[in-house]
Design a protein around this ligand. Sequence first.
Ligand code: GDP
Ligand code: MN
Length: 406
Amino acid sequence: MKIHEYQAKEIFAAFGIPVPRERVASKPAEAAALARELGMPVVIKAQVLVGGRGKAGGVKRVEKADQVEAVASSIIGMDIKGLRVNKVLVSECVDIKGEAYVGIIIDRATKAPVLMASAAGGVEIEEVARTTPEKILKVAIDPAAGLLGFQARNVGMALYGDAKLAREFAGIAQKLYRIFLAKDCSLIEINPLVQKTGTVPNRPGDSPGFLLALDAKINFDDNADFRHKEWEEMRDLSAEEPTEVEAKAAGLTYIKLSGNVGCVVNGAGLAMATMDLIKRYGGEPANFLDVGGSSSPEKMVTAMRIILSDPNVKTILINIFGGITRCDDIATGLLQAVGTASEGGGTRSESSDDSVMSLRKVPLVARLTGTNAAQAQEILKGSPVTPADTMADAVKKVVALAGGER
Ligand code: GDP
Ligand code: MN
């Protein structure tokens, strides 16, 4: 789960990481009032759950108080990479001497958190990572010991070549790691971490140091949501992939991908294996979808509707290893999905929108094995669903139906 910059900065402030004086607004007039409180100039920043706002015109410096309302109203409602801007952050303008990058993620290779930092921070960090990866420093964090002072100071020295700044940096990096653990983050980032110029007069409320988190990014690890009831309130559903929201509400785990073979699978491991096999036979999966255990027929209908809302889907593979999940339930759900597709007119149910209607045009291949597999075969007899005996057989059929190897 992603949260907005202003939400991430509230967490930063609570843990003692210095941030600019700033407040969030959802109306232009509100933004203007906040700017008068903060003092000019200010920076107005679109709050949207996607990177590269600056380059998309979502970050603007405003010199005069009477221009704030107009600038805020040009940013609120703006479309950035398909997402609508509903809020802006009105932030004191900081005089910048340098921009660094610092972040923590889980490194899959070492299976531990890694601190990453670069003196080349700012809006081009992705470019830096791609073209000059040696400019990004990485330090593995031992989960038992945490981020140690000397490790963080060494990185600080490499960035600034100055002991005082290195100490200040280390304090910030260690607080970042504290947040990473306490809030179950999968990613935490400051870009840019700015060094203020020495000439800025300290205003009341200013941090005493030279380093400041000008931008903030936090992703939470969804697997920990059961112990963070507060996330529910922080969630901005309007900013998330709508199909993923619908899937979550229905108890399905759905991740949209870029291929054309839709997948309905039970169990995350089998879903991964199914996607691997699709690739092995030259196809490209359109999604990851785990229907979980004890799936009801309704869950199947929802799953099919979600998959079909992706216009790239050419065919769907249903791969079920029946344990607690009963194959006959899956078959019944499949028929319901196909049924709602061909009824039309007055008998159409809630769920029968255009995406399920288009099911007719999408060939289905089902490999159902395990609990009540025989009943499932019976149920599907004479239906448009193509049966398959083995996983390999099913995958070969579905890849061929999707147009063969890419
Ligand atoms: P992003 O493009 O979504 O990452 O937005 P950021 O909040 O990181 O801002 C992008 C860039 O705008 C920063 O790297 C800075 O160069 C610039 N910027 C943002 N706020 C300020 C500010 O208060 N003062 C100055 N001088 N530049 C700023
Ligand atoms: Mn940034």
